[in-house]
Design a protein around this ligand. Structure first.
Ligand code: NAD
Length: 375
């Protein structure tokens, strides 16, 4: 390797950074567990680093790209979501950024499903009862009952990678499935799931026949027992169908009063003030959230209201937090490994230096023709 690359990581992403050091990269890591101030990122970028490793906590925009003009060659994000990175600014500065799609798909989908189960079957309240020594007798319905998941109907909002993986989990629980996605509809996958459902029924694995189909957003919300959200955060102007506050007062009111909402996508997709009211005033039965409009969830959030505690599960942006998923150095298994590989691809000019061919680069549209960035 002719050039020694300099990299700044805004966070310790584990052993994968050693892979870079072994390739003689000079790697500096922000030592604190919290995100660094933006000022510091700008300072590091200005110092002439070649690569910047980021997480979803770091705001990456024109200010950063301007600081790295002519020196910064890649931003490698350890996450699939990249709403913290201003794509239009990156394109203006012709700066490729990478993400870690796929390796966290199953972990995120299974966590969404577990959240759904914990919420519907009141597992949190049930454990509290036991731990706090308030479990005084077995009784047919006291002190409370939960709602079964098996055989119910779910709406999958966003049928990209994680939405499709969630569909697979729901199929195993004999659920009927309504899908909504204005931009990407995988009819082949839906057909395969229907065939799986039919086979399970024919072989006596599930008692009732079940079904899956695409429908409209309204139709999905109005009919189902569960809604699981798997969309990217897209603000006004970023998409013809933005997802910011997709779950607002109007849309929450379309759901059945017995229905549950599960959100593992991004916090601002749900209007939290409206959701808190929806729970308090029983427009819906419950919600389980992994992501919030402001993270960490503020102490005074209305979602912490003890009056809705048993119907509102709150998790700390944890859906991808499996050991292998987060930290494996293998780019086919771990977010850290894939993040580092994305960075290497760009800096070392893999794929003949053609950014449009690099699998982990997001903003390929800015690189229409062959670009050998490493030269
Ligand atoms: P993806 O791009 O494969 O799928 C997203 C889907 O949403 C796409 O098919 C897109 O067409 C669809 N979509 C866009 N706008 C929509 C709208 N208005 N209504 C319905 N669907 C719409 O992404 P993915 O890999 O499935 O990840 C989805 C999101 O999940 C990520 O962007 C990220 O924000 C979030 N995520 C969260 C965690 C976590 O730890 N909680 C982990 C991984 C991903």
């Amino acid at each position: 390797m002719s050039k020694k690359f300099r990299v700044f990581a805004t966070c310790d992403i584990g052993e994968s950074l050693e892979l870079l050091r072994k390739r003689a990269y000079e790697v500096e890591v922000y030592p604190e567990p919290q995100a660094p101030p933006k000022k510091l990122i700008i300072e590091k970028v200005k110092s002439g680093i070649d690569g910047l490793i980021t997480t979803l906590r770091d705001p990456i925009d024109a200010e950063i790209f301007a600081a790295g003009k002519d020196t910064l060659k890649v931003v490698a994000q350890m996450a699939v979501g990249f709403d913290n990175i201003n794509r239009a600014d990156a394109n203006r500065y012709k700066l490729p950024f990478t993400h870690t799609a796929d390796v966290l798909t199953e972990a995120t989908a299974e966590f969404a499903f577990f959240m759904l189960g914990a919420l519907a079957r009141k597992m949190w309240s049930a454990e509290h009862l036991t731990r706090e020594n308030k479990w005084s007798f077995w009784h047919p319905y006291l002190p409370f009952l939960g709602d079964e998941v098996t055989g119910k109907t779910i709406a999958i909002i966003g049928t990209g990678r994680i939405g499709l993986a969630m569909i697979k989990k729901c199929c195993g629980f004999d659920m009927n499935i309504l899908c909504y996605d204005p931009a990407y509809q995988n009819h082949e996958y839906v057909k395969a799931i229907q065939e799986t459902m039919d086979l399970r029924h024919a072989k006596g694995i599930q008692k009732e026949k079940t079904w899956i189909k695409y429908t409209s957003f309204e139709d999905a919300l109005k009919q189902v027992d569960f809604v699981s959200v798997h969309v990217p955060l897209l603000r006004e102007g970023e998409s013809e169908t933005p997802t910011y506050h997709l779950f607002n007062e109007k849309n929450l009111k379309m759901m059945k009063p017995t229905a549950f909402l599960v959100n593992t996508s991004r916090g601002p997709v749900v209007d939290e003030a409206a959701l808190a009211r929806a729970l308090k005033e029983n427009w819906i039965a419950g919600a389980a959230l992994d992501v919030y409009e402001k993270e960490p969830l503020p102490a005074d959030s209305p979602l912490r209201d003890p009056a809705i505690e048993d119907r509102c599960r709150l998790y700390p942006h944890f859906a991808s937090a499996g050991k292998i998923t987060r930290l494996s150095t293998d780019p086919n298994k771990g977010m850290a490994g894939r993040c580092v590989q994305g960075l290497i691809d760009v800096l070392e000019g893999n794929y003949g230096g053609d950014i449009t061919k690099m699998p982990y680069v997001v903003n390929k549209e800015a690189f229409g023709k062959l670009t050998n960035i490493a030269s």
